[in-house]
Structures are given as structure tokens and as C-alpha cells.
Design a protein around this ligand. Sequence first.
Ligand SMILES: [Ca+2]
Ligand SMILES: [Ca+2]
Ligand SMILES: [Ca+2]
Ligand SMILES: [Ca+2]
Length: 353
Amino acid sequence: MKFRYSANTFALEAGETFDYEYLSSYLVTFYINDTMAQTGPYYLRIIIIDEAEPCVFKYTTYHAEAYEANVGGGAMNPGYGVTDQDNPDTVTYSLLPATYRNLFNINSKSGEITFKVNYDVDASHPSNVTLVVKCEDSRGKTGTATVSLYIKDINDNIPEFPTGLVYYINQYTSPGAIIGTLRASDIDSGENADVEYYGSSSTGSAYFRINTNGQVILTTNQHITWPFGTTHTFTIIGRDQGSPRLQSTTTLDIVYINVTTTTASPTTQATDSDWWSDPGHIALVVFACLLALLLLAFLLFLLYKYCRKPGFCNRLRDLCRCNNCCKRKPPQPKVSKKPTPKSEPFKFWDGSK
Ligand SMILES: [Ca+2]
Ligand SMILES: [Ca+2]
Ligand SMILES: [Ca+2]
Ligand SMILES: [Ca+2]
């Protein structure tokens, strides 16, 4: 039962509610009784007054994406799914104050969000924006939801080269040497700014190669008989990976110059630090040390085995004795020979005596 009646009180039953949208009026029939008779029926019509209910977003947060575009572009409709118990009721949409709110418009009827400016994520505008959308019904009741926008990059910028590209080689430049690396700037992002390079020259293509990563390589220096100052001009193309791919063109001069000093370039000199910085060299030294240690251990092992053999001490004594034999004998006193006295000449006759 929706109602209850007792002690001259007519009331809504506990737990029951009136809902204009469900049923806007009730007709109650009742009778009056005493101990003798009953009168009636009497009728009570109850009119339910409509109360305004707010518009309600289906979700509290929505996500939408669009590519950067000019004013009026970037249409994003998250599909709000707004409901309103007032039936019928009308709903309009608007944007509440928020950071970057001034960059966007919203269609008051559909809720579609578009760009209020020439939206450019390359130069000045953010890719991620959060807006707050308000719905409002015909009687001023409102609801709100958050909308996260992601503005995607489009490939709308060509790669740009610096001006005056000149590289130099000389008579000592080795084949395979990287003589320069091309770099073009592209203010797009991702693959829209991923630039590959191509190049050709009617005179230089036989000697130089342009890699797609921008490296300029001398492929051979054989049969080069150019006079110093010879210049090979390449036509260089920088092409991004966007869709469609955008490109720009420039020229690169490669000049053959004379280097008067014959000193090898630092890149070809092997310094001590270079030698020790080579892991192969370090491994070689470690291996040699280990080999020497093993050899020393083996010799000590042989000596130990030899000493353990019976008779070693006797052989050692013999060896010592032998050493005594080999000692230098003490110097013998020299026997000095007396000079043999000369015999006096025999005088047959001496008149002085
Ligand atoms: Ca309403
Ligand atoms: Ca209502
Ligand atoms: Ca762009
Ligand atoms: Ca680009």
C-alpha cells in the first residue's frame, strides 16, 4: 500500500515516495463509517508537483583525441550519454574555467569540442589538456564531468637543413672514414620528425656514399688524382617518415684540400691509453700472467718431486764436494831463483899483484 490512514490521519506509507515522472496524480477513494451506517464514497485527488532534477553524465571522466588543426577543426565528441529524469527536458553544454579552456569551443547542443585557435602542438600548444564540461537543463540544474583531450601531431613541417653545408677531405683521409653527418631539423614529433637522407653527385658518387642516417662516407681513395681544391657537389634530400612523407633539398660541397703536415691524425695514432683501453689487449696481458704463474708452479712442483727422491741429500753433498774441488787453490809461495854468480875471469897473469 502506498498510503496509510489511521486516527484521522492520511499519510504516505513509510518507504514510499512520490515521483512525478512515474505518476503525476493519485485518486484516493474512502468511506466514513460509524456504528450505525457508512457514507461515501468520497474521493481525494492528489496531484504530484514536478520537481526539477539535474542532468547527469554517464561517467565522471571522458577521453577524446584529435589531430592538430586550424580554427573549428579537431572535432571531439566523447559521447557523454547524459540523462535527465525530467522528461522531456533539454540540456545545453558549456566549458567551465580551466587551464587552456580558452583554446577550445564547445557546441552547446551536441557537446562537441573544437579548436578555438589554430591549434599547433609543434610550436606552442599542449598535446594533453583537461577540460571540465557542464551540462545544464531547462530549469538550471547542472552536472559536470572531466574530459581529457589528447591532441595528436600531424606531419605539417618539412625537414630543414642548415645553410652552407661543406665537408673537407685531404690526402690522408682513409676509405670508410665518416667525413660528416647530415642533420636536418623537423619540429614535428615521432616518425613525422624522423628524417632519412639521400644524396647523389655526378662527379662524387663514385667516391662518396650518403647513408640514410646522414653519414657521409669516403668509399675509396684509389685513383684519386684530383688537384687540391677540387669540389664535389651533392644534391641532398632529407625526407621524414610521416604520412605523407615531406622532404626538402639542399646541396653539400665536399672539398679536397691539401694538408701539409705528414703527422698522422690523432685518430690513427695509437697511444698508451688507447692500447690499454682495448679490452683485447688487457685480456692478452692477463692470459700471459696466468701462463707465467702456471709455469712457475710447475717448476716448483718438479723441484719438490726431485728433493723427495731417495739419495737427494747424498747427491747434494756430492755436489757440494764438487764445488769444493772447484774452489780456487790458495796461491803457492813463489820460489825466487837466486841469480847465478858470474865466474870471475881466470887471469893467467896479473902484474898488479
Ligand atoms: Ca532536469
Ligand atoms: Ca522532475
Ligand atoms: Ca605537426
Ligand atoms: Ca615533418
